[in-house]
Design a protein around this ligand. Structure first.
Ligand code: NCD
Length: 277
């Protein structure tokens, strides 16, 4: 990492987070600081003029006018980041747009899988939880469709992959299978990676629907007794109650390592976008 310290000295990043974030915001911020960059922006739109009704485009234009070199943006509307990227002449990084995509999370997830196994081809990857409203699984699945990976999507029927994600994977010829959440224990012994996600309570339109699916899966030490020795358990975090803390001390638990990889991967991304020459 020292080799990259201050390599982007003098560059300025705008972090525009219109939705809450801990890891993504802070890891981008620390990544930029490690590279010697300056940062501006906000993590809480309530504290910016957005709260006064300012339009997204006006907010962004202002930062472009300050001479920022890159915009890192999270937004609660699917497609909002693309909308901005198509209208400004500086790089825009998607740090999550509603239930749509979270591409930098997919980069750090695939990096973490590669770091653990020294490869990605040939692995069996299970993704469990809220595959409908969560954005990390679609992005990870898009990334994994570039490799020879067997994907297993495990969810309650109401939280299964959305049709456009399924169609994308079919068009790519990806090897994927869908299972009801009740089959977790029978699929688990085959898997190399179990990627767990939380149910996106804030995005589920109906509280009753949330109550029906909450706690429909929990990763426990007991469950992992049937797993491969080499199974890794991942989670983009934050977790709520889908992985018991008793799992944290097992050799399978990789989610905190995964989170710290986020900082390095985001450093690499910023460097590759902004380096001169
Ligand atoms: C995820 C997100 O924001 O989509 N968190 C993250 O970026 N690490 C996952 C989530 O909120 O469930």
């Amino acid at each position: 990492m020292d080799a990259f310290r201050n390599k982007l000295d003098g560059k300025l990043a705008a972090l525009l987070f219109f939705e809450p974030s801990t890891r993504t915001h802070e890891s981008f911020r620390v990544a930029a600081l490690n590279l010697g960059m300056d940062i501006c922006g906000f993590a809480d739109p309530k504290a910016s003029s957005v709260a006064k009704g300012e339009s997204l485009m006006d907010t962004v234009k202002m930062f472009v006018g300050y001479g920022v070199d890159v915009i890192i943006m999270r937004h609660g509307k699917a497609g909002a980041v693309r909308y901005i990227a198509e209208r400004v002449n500086i790089p825009v990084i998607n740090a999550g747009d509603d239930s749509n995509e979270h591409p930098t999370q997919a980069l750090l997830d695939t990096y973490t899988i590669h770091e653990a196994f020294g490869k990605i081809d040939g692995l069996k990857v299970g993704m469990i939880g809220d595959l409908r409203y969560g954005r990390t699984v679609p992005s990870l699945a898009y990334a994994l469709s570039n490799f020879d990976v067997e994907m297993h999507f495990i969810a309650p029927p109401a939280l299964m992959l959305r049709e456009h994600v399924r169609m994308f994977l079919e068009e790519r010829g990806a090897d994927f299978h869908e299972h009801d959440v009740s089959s977790l224990s029978s699929i688990l012994p085959e898997l190399d990676v179990l990627y767990v996600t939380r149910i996106q309570k804030e995005r589920i339109p109906d509280e009753m629907e949330y109550e029906k699916v909450r706690r429909s899966y929990t990763v426990t030490r007991e469950l992992l007794k049937n797993a491969k020795e080499s199974l890794i358990v991942m989670h983009p975090l934050p977790r709520v109650d889908e992985i018991r803390s008793e799992v944290d001390g097992t050799k399978h638990a990789l989610y905190f390592r995964q989170a710290s990889n986020g900082m390095y991967v985001r450093m690499a991304l910023l460097y590759s976008i902004l380096k001169e020459g």
